[in-house]
Design a protein around this ligand. Structure first.
Ligand code: COA
Ligand code: AMP
Length: 638
């Protein structure tokens, strides 16, 4: 991508994408290997179910692997796997990865997986997880990866929703403090689910072997030995590449669907334009394959572009120390690192002066990208000073699949403004609207929306839930996608993302639903009513805090009940919810119409300024809940 030639400035490229979206994206689509080149850009006849490149045909796995082997990249590392938690490392070349993926595609095919069939992948951060994802793409099957930190019930909900023919899993995941036995969680999930899964393939890891269910479960290594490699299946551009479930306002997660053509075109475009990387560069997204960042930038983006991707099974701290990231950068000559601000905060907490950087040669690093949550100015400044490279905050969502706003280093580096993920990316026409749908003035806060059509690579629907797709995202503001984030834009079009407008919270870069946690608490036999809110936390950004009202007549010990409630959320949603604070209250603050005033509760917990809601039923209740929040360490308590 040319730099600053006048015609190729950010402004001119954004303008081009806005005034002629079809021309712009068809031009970008030329970088893709199509089996049938698309002649049309976006079909808006069923908006908001817009379709990009509808007459195109291609295969995502071919674009990630085979085309690079054919072009002479066979010996280059595709994956550099580094696992401090098991003490192992592996380099897998493009040729080896292509062979493994073709063989595993043959395994899936032999188990009846065809184009359009779903495969659930519930695995830790091991190369086989990527092999499974790419094998699905090779067959035109649809993968749905479930993050390992989710519990059996969450897995069961996803299995029932997408009805997979096969589940691919592993015997265990390895957290620094414990070995997490995945197989019992999988067995429990399949027992809870109504959908019957005929086949499971289980990778047996050395740390813990799993018992296999006769007839249903197959050992990864054994099935790989006998399978016939399968070729790439050419599919329509609008065939789904994957379903990725994400938290909404209720306990039922939303199955975000992304199509093949849009994904390949958009991710391929971002690699040079946004991240400023070229084929052969080493790209490291220190995220998890269970999240959208992992799909886009551990797996697909770097491989579409012929880069080497780093797959790191470890943490920023504790594996073994806060120098872990710098060690990986030195060892693999990482050019671009992408992580969540919470990971940097964790490092900064252990090594406030950033002294450990001096132990490593991080000269290969050109930039650090952060996303997943708001990046606080301290973290941004600390990272820049410690690493000596541009630190780029960028804003995106599971729904969009790639950045809505960023600083496109490969086009031109714009001024970095602390607290802002910079400017809308080409293809995104971002606006800020008030409650009535009218645009607000620069600097004023409102709902952040994107004018339709959204660019390629964004979600095409919610799995099995076309109605919810429309009602959750497009009903409120006619002609716009409602991001669910509130914020403002300044007079230079920089976006500032300040808060969610719904019940979604962000805990250590993980997106979680307070509504889902409330459903779990409400299911306890002693609980009459409850509220869960996200309170600020210096390390994880936010942490969930629960307040419950007990049923009349319950006389059990409150500590005992609270311990049961914490255990329930851990068992039903998973440890990733980090639900560690709950207290019993007599009453909750409500409006006269009975709505719990969660915003006021959150402001009290965070000791932020707040005004007494005019609609509050009984203001005296606020003193009671403030006292309880203090006992939990919030609202000024310690
Ligand atoms: N399988 C099983 N359990 C998991 C898991 C997995 N894949 N991932 C996390 N967990 C568990 C952890 O062991 C922990 O359990 P505990 O309550 O027994 O300690 C719990 O879930 C919370 O995990 P986590 O949020 O990772 O907190 P942490 O204290 O272990 O680590 C950070 C804190 C900041 C280091 C870590 O959250 C991090 O690296 N975050 C970055 C997130 C990210 O990459 N987001 C994607 C957007 S880019
Ligand atoms: P997820 O779908 O898990 O990627 O979470 C998306 C949400 O995370 C967004 O809607 C925002 O609330 C938040 N988010 C992600 N990136 C940023 C960022 N750079 N700045 C502020 N918030 C962010």
């Amino acid at each position: 991508m040319a730099r600053d030639t006048g015609q190729n400035t950010y402004r001119s490229i954004h303008q081009h994408a806005q005034s002629d979206p079809n021309g712009f994206w068809l031009e970008q689509a030329r970088a893709v290997d199509w089996t049938r080149t698309p002649s049309v850009g976006v079909d808006q006849s069923r908006s908001p179910f817009n379709r990009w490149f509808a007459d195109g045909e291609l295969n995502a796995c071919h674009n990630a692997l085979d085309r690079h082997v054919a072009a002479g990249r066979g010996d280059q590392a595709a994956i550099l796997y580094d696992s401090p938690v098991t003490g192992s490392k592996r380099s897998i070349s493009y040729r080896e990865l292509t062979d493994q993926v073709a063989t595993f595609a043959g395994v899936l095919k032999a188990q009846g997986v065809d184009r359009g069939d779903r495969v659930v992948i519930y695995m830790p951060m091991v190369p086989e997880a990527l092999v499974a994802m790419l094998a699905c793409a090779r067959l035109g099957a649809v993968h749905s990866v479930v993050f390992g930190g989710f519990a059996a019930r969450e897995l069961a909900v996803r299995v029932d929703d997408c009805q997979p023919k096969v589940v691919v899993s592993a015997s265990c995941g390895i957290e620094p403090s414990r070995v997490v036995a995945y197989k019992p969680l999988l067995d429990e999930a399949l027992a809870l689910a109504s959908h019957r899964v005929p086949h499971c393939i289980v990778l047996q890891r050395d740390a813990l072997k799993a018992e296999l269910v006769d007839g249903r479960d197959h050992d990864w290594d054994s099935v790989m030995q006998t399978a016939e490699p399968a070729p790439c299946v050419s599919v329509n551009s609008n065939d789904p590449l994957y379903i990725l479930y994400t938290s909404g306002t209720t306990g039922k997660p939303k199955g975000v669907v992304r199509d093949v053509g849009g994904s390949v075109v958009s991710l391929l475009w971002t690699m040079p334009a946004l991240y400023d990387v070229k084929p052969g560069d080493v790209y490291w997204a220190a995220s998890d394959i269970g999240w959208v960042v992992g799909h886009a930038y551990i797996v697909y983006g770097p491989l579409f572009h012929g880069c080497t991707t780093v797959l790191y099974e470890g943490k920023p701290v504790g594996t073994p120390d806060a120098g872990a990231f710098w060690r990986v950068i030195e060892e693999y000559k990482v050019n671009v690192l992408f992580t969540a601000p919470t990971a940097i905060r964790a490092i900064k907490k252990e090594d406030p002066q950033g002294k450990l950087v001096a132990d490593y040669d991080i000269g290969s690093l050109r930039s650090l990208f952060v996303a997943g949550e708001r990046c606080d100015p301290d973290t941004l400044a600390w990272s820049g000073t410690t690493l000596g490279v541009p630190v780029i905050d960028h804003w995106w969502q599971t729904e969009t699949g790639w950045a809505i706003a960023a600083n496109p280093l490969g086009i031109e580096q714009l001024r970095i403004k602390s607290g802002s993920p910079s400017v809308p990316m080409p293809g995104y026409d971002v606006r800020v609207l008030d409650n009535d749908g009218a645009p607000v003035a620069a600097g004023d806060i409102g709902a952040i929306v994107v004018k339709l059509p959204l660019p390629p690579g964004t979600f095409t629907t919610l799995w099995n839930a076309d109605d919810r797709y429309v009602s959750a995202y497009f009903d409120r503001y006619d002609g716009f996608y409602e991001t669910g984030d509130a914020g403002y834009m300044d007079d230079e079009n920089y976006v500032y993302v300040m808060a969610r407008t719904d019940d979604v919270i962000n805990v250590a870069g993980h997106r979680l639903s307070t509504g889902a946690m409330e459903e779990v608490l409400a299911g306890h036999p002693d609980v009459a009513e409850c509220a869960v809110m996200g309170a600020s936390d210096t390390l994880k950004g936010q942490l969930p805090v629960g307040l419950v009202i007990l049923n009349a007549g319950v006389e059990r010990d409150h500590d005992e009940i609270c311990a049961e409630l914490l255990a329930r959320v851990r068992t039903d949603i998973g440890p990733v919810a980090a639900f560690k604070s709950v207290a019993v209250v007599e009453r909750l603050p409500k409006t006269r119409s009975g709505k719990i005033l969660r915003g006021t509760l959150r402001a009290i917990a965070d000791q932020k300024e707040w005004t007494m809601p005019a609609t509050i039923e009984d203001p005296t209740v606020l003193d009671e809940v403030t006292d309880r929040l203090k006992t939990l360490g919030y609202a000024g308590g310690s």
